[in-house]
Design a protein around this ligand. Structure first.
Ligand SMILES: C[S@@+](CC[C@H](N)C(=O)[O-])C[C@H]1O[C@@H](n2cnc3c(N)ncnc32)[C@H](O)[C@@H]1O
Length: 378
């Protein structure tokens, strides 16, 4: 069920991110590429190559274009979530580090660059399998630097094109002794669960150069939620007008290589793999990583929206849609039942309209994901 801004209920789940400090954050125009428009895929290649081809051929769309999308609020919601998460992690690290060094694993076109700038980090390493995306990321970084005020100290950065599930980043770093304070892995880790070897290599890249006390954190689909929805469906597939997930089989879920195709906004299927979370946690122990936080997007939203700063960031980022729309606007969707939850909430609680909400279909799509944070123990 979709949520609305006036919803308040208990958080639940494992752990709480510690001591989030006040941060002034504006809508930064960063984006979430899991939700970018899709193009046709070149098939017949290995899965990694398919994924690279998919992301390499994604068109850059300007803000105006993105704002017209059926899933604009869902994109903004995911971006809000990443902003809050990144902001809180950096606040924690900043308590005992002046110069923060970050690895953005699966950086894409640099959708989080402005978040790193706001977080006042010192150094960023961006890595991705898709060479075209890495070039665009580098271009964005130079544009950002050029446009910044001469007094602003923008972080230094390096850019690496690599299949991080097969190649070792430590061999490609400009300084092989470099240590990271955090590794951020947003909407990426599930691509590595094709095989144990790949999942382990990605994990090694994320964690081996983290200093003790550093964090590996990210967002990934929740295997439990995916399988639950699959089991409730009459076929090998489930979804709605904005997303569709198609498994090859029902009832058999191998620990690695459990492939499903993810289709967003109706165009193309990208192969992804189930990440069985307890296994992920066990595998991470090899790199001295301890799970300190895990929440579904739903739980994360409920926990973080209680903070007025996050709430106002959400409004600035237009991460929820106004229901009903005002006189000049229109809703992103006119499907029957897409806003019933907002209506019934208003009736149940006496909350006055308009409310901030996501359409039912967008909420169903985004509530597949979870947030995780590991801390390096030694
Ligand atoms: C959904 S996008 C997320 C991009 C960015 N993290 C964000 O949140 O906007 C997934 C990214 O993971 C990258 N990726 C997938 N498999 C990868 C691999 N094996 N090694 C490195 N990057 C990979 C893709 O190229 C793509 O840029």
């Amino acid at each position: 069920m979709a949520e609305d801004l006036r919803l308040s209920s208990a958080g639940g789940g494992n752990g709480t991110l510690r001591d989030p400090r006040p941060l002034k954050r504006k809508h930064d125009g960063d984006e979430d590429e899991s939700l970018s428009p899709n193009k046709k895929l070149d098939t017949g290649e290995g899965h990694s190559q398919k994924v690279a081809t998919h992301y390499n051929t994604l068109e850059e769309r300007g803000l105006m274009e993105r704002n017209k999308s059926r899933i604009v609020h869902m994109r903004n919601f995911n971006n809000w979530l990443k902003s809050v998460l990144i902001g809180e992690i950096l606040d924690m690290v900043r308590r005992d580090r002046r110069d923060m060094c970050v690895l953005d694993l699966g950086c894409g076109k640099g959708g989080d660059l402005l978040k790193w700038r706001k977080g006042r980090i010192s150094r960023l390493v961006c890595a991705d399998i898709a060479g075209v995306s890495v070039e665009q990321c580098q271009q964005r970084y130079s544009d950002m630097k050029k446009r910044s005020h001469p007094n602003e100290q923008i972080f230094t950065a390096e850019f690496i094109t690599a299949d991080c599930s097969k190649e070792l980043l430590s061999e490609k770093l400009s300084d092989p002794k470099m240590q990271f304070d955090v590794c951020s892995c947003q909407f990426v880790y599930h691509y590595s669960f094709e095989s144990q070897q790949q999942a382990d290599t990605m994990l090694r890249n994320a964690c081996e150069r983290l200093r003790p006390g550093g964090f590996f954190f990210g967002t990934t689909p929740d295997a439990y939620e995916l399988v639950k929805r699959l089991e409730q469906s009459d076929s090998n597939s489930f979804g709605n007008e904005v997303y569709r997930v198609t498994f090859q089989k029902k009832g058999e879920y191998p620990l690695f290589g459990c492939q499903y195709d993810f289709n967003l906004e109706g165009v193309v299927d990208v192969p992804e793999f189930l990440v069985y979370f307890p296994l992920f946690v066990e595998m991470a122990k090899k790199y001295n990583m301890r799970l300190v936080y895990k929440k579904t997007f739903h739980q994360f939203f409920q926990e973080k929206i209680k903070d007025e700063r996050n709430k106002s960031l959400m409004q600035r980022m237009q991460a929820l849609e106004q229901y009903p729309a005002d006189d000049r606007g229109r809703l992103v969707c006119d499907g029957v039942g897409e806003y019933e939850h907002a209506e019934s909430r208003a009736q149940r609680t006496g909350a006055s309209l308009p409310l901030g909400t996501l359409s039912k279909s967008e909420w169903e799509a985004t509530s597949i994901y979870l947030v995780f944070v590991f801390e390096k123990t030694a």
